[in-house]
Design a protein around this ligand. Structure first.
Ligand code: GLN
Length: 537
């Protein structure tokens, strides 16, 4: 079968959950045995979201091949378990850069370079993944970020219009809109959806399928109204009601026949509905996991999306431990030696979050000390691990001025230092140590046990600073062990204190590779320790 293309656009408002719908479509087609990839096109001009503040854009998700991408790629991977790559996250900036570089190279000699056709051609080339000759995909799902009608997404819409014309039945357009409920009128309103579809039609795109986001159930009469006003079949008007968990969405979509509608539009026999046994088992486990375990998320961004993958990884790990992980954000900027006990007293464990720059780091160090001295399961990730190391250096090794060179480049005790390969780098975009690297685990360590006694693992990284090996002996002889080492570069990737219940820091980001059906072993082991601790209390 030649590749089919599904375009997912959104209207009315942002934050409707296009990423979840795209991931759900991917999951449902994958369950039918199709080879699928999901890619995201974002209209902003940054080359990638790597330099964006999480307050602007939420978490930056990192692919195995080291691309800093939109957090929706995290949903794609968690739902399908399929690795994405740098080709799955495209921005307007990347499109323009390619075209401008080509222009400088002389590839268009004599021509005026224009949005149409040069920019739109480059968008089409990437939507079709023409450069990936050997991929042999059945479906490419392309989610377009932003809301239709935005000035900056117009070239993407024009590219989709052209592709729909070119591909005919080999493509499907799924449009996500919002149906608000007006309390005063006690009514659900379809007008914003009608306007949004009109806007899309004005750009020459007729959606095949509408997914209506709603907080209340939509009856058939309302769906019929939308179908007839928007030129869409009734069976192609699907509703996406608020769910207790985002992982219920694929099942709800399947129940309403979203995947079947897509196949019918394309002209593929629908066949039997896949049972999705493993997914249902997971959902059942999730529904049964009601006992709560309280975990603190010590970080500086008071925003749900800033630590998206960590939050999801902890939730998943809870479910696999038959508990509901209840996360409590603790702002590290507000932690002091006086209030730390009060802030963390009811917590079964804590995660010290990644980050950049000095804001909030002293609070993370205080939290790490509290975790260490009160033997509370503590998981430090990237900057969190670095703060565990600094805390140990200051309070156990006695180097009161210990710090990371990132925060203080003249400290005599730079227990966290800039990596050799980073020293001459001046550009900030996409230049960190990024993507998957190997790590050798020390036999007998807690981390090694957690990984099921594997000796060589691969994890994703995003950092410039590292444990300073000059201090390795001092740390080890005082009880903080370096139990994960990169074999090629000899960099310390995991530290732990074996004397404590669970005190582990990782220089890498395990949260990027935890998926619904294959949750990450470190998170599972961490929550297990939290549950154990709670039972003891
Ligand atoms: N700022 C630290 C570094 O660059 C940690 C980065 C992170 O937490 N992702 O090494």
């Amino acid at each position: 079968m030649n590749t089919k293309y599904i375009f997912v656009t959104g209207g009315v408002v942002s934050s409707l959950g296009k990423g979840i719908i795209s991931a759900s479509i991917g999951k449902l087609l994958q369950a039918r045995g199709y080879k699928v990839t999901i890619q995201k096109f974002d209209p902003y001009i940054n080359i990638d979201p790597g330099t964006l503040n999480p307050y602007e854009h939420g978490e930056c998700y990192v692919t195995v091949d080291g691309m800093e991408t939109d957090l929706d790629l995290g949903h794609y991977e968690r739902f399908t378990g399929i690795h994405t790559s740098s080709n799955n996250s495209i921005t307007t900036g990347r499109i323009y850069k390619t075209v401008i570089d080509r222009e400088r190279h002389g590839d268009y000699l004599g021509k005026t370079i224009q949005v149409v056709p040069h920019i739109t051609d480059e968008i089409k080339r990437r939507m079709l993944r023409e450069y990936e000759k050997d991929e042999q995909l059945d479906f490419v799902i392309t989610e377009v970020g932003g809301t239709i009608g935005d000035i900056e997404s117009a070239p993407f819409m024009e590219a989709i219009r052209q592709l729909r014309w070119q591909l005919g039945r080999d493509s499907v357009c799924v449009h996500l809109t919002y149906v608000p409920y007006l309390k005063a009128a006690d009514e659900l309103k379809t007008k914003p959806t009608q306007h949004s579809v009109k806007e899309l039609q004005g750009m020459g795109i007729q959606p095949d399928i509408l997914v209506l986001r709603t907080e209340r159930h939509l009856d058939n009469a309302l769906r019929m109204k939308v179908a007839s006003f928007c030129n869409v079949d009734l069976e192609c008007v699907v509703q996406s009601e608020d769910m207790p968990s985002i992982y219920e969405v694929p099942v709800s979509m399947q129940r309403q026949g979203l995947d079947a509608a897509i196949l019918r539009k394309i002209g593929i026999p629908v066949g039997e509905t896949p049972a999705m046994k493993a997914w249902h088992e997971f959902l059942n486990k999730q529904r049964r996991a009601t006992r709560e375990v309280h975990v603190a998320l010590v970080g500086k961004y008071d925003l749900q999306d800033a630590y998206k993958s960590i939050r999801e990884s902890l939730n998943l790990a809870g479910i696999y431990n038959d508990v509901k992980t209840k996360l409590h954000f603790v702002n590290s900027g507000e932690i002091t030696p006086q209030n730390v006990a009060e802030k963390l007293k009811d917590m079964a464990g804590m995660v010290i979050c990644p980050g950049f720059g000095s804001r909030g780091i002293e609070g993370k160090i205080i939290a790490a000390q509290y975790g260490r001295t009160h033997d509370i399961p503590t998981f430090g990730i990237c900057l969190g691990m670095q703060m565990m190391v600094i805390e140990f250096a200051r309070n156990v090794l006695g180097y009161v001025d210990a710090n990371s060179a990132e925060m203080n480049d003249s400290t005599p005790h730079n227990v966290i230092d800039i990596m050799e390969e980073q020293k001459n780098i001046t550009q900030l975009g996409g230049t960190m140590r990024l993507g998957c690297y190997e790590c050798e685990l020390v036999k007998g360590s807690r981390a090694w046990e957690a990984y099921g006694r594997e000796t060589l693992i691969k994890e994703r990284h995003r950092h410039r600073y590292e444990f300073n090996n000059q201090y390795l002996q001092a740390f080890e002889s005082h009880g903080m062990k370096c139990v994960g080492i990169n074999p090629a570069a000899n960099l310390v990737e995991i530290v732990e204190i074996p004397q404590l219940q669970w005190y582990i820091g990782t220089q890498f980001h395990p949260e990027y590779s935890s998926t619904v059906l294959l949750p990450h072993p470190l998170f599972i082991d961490f929550i297990k320790a939290c549950v154990h601790g709670t039972a003891k209390a």
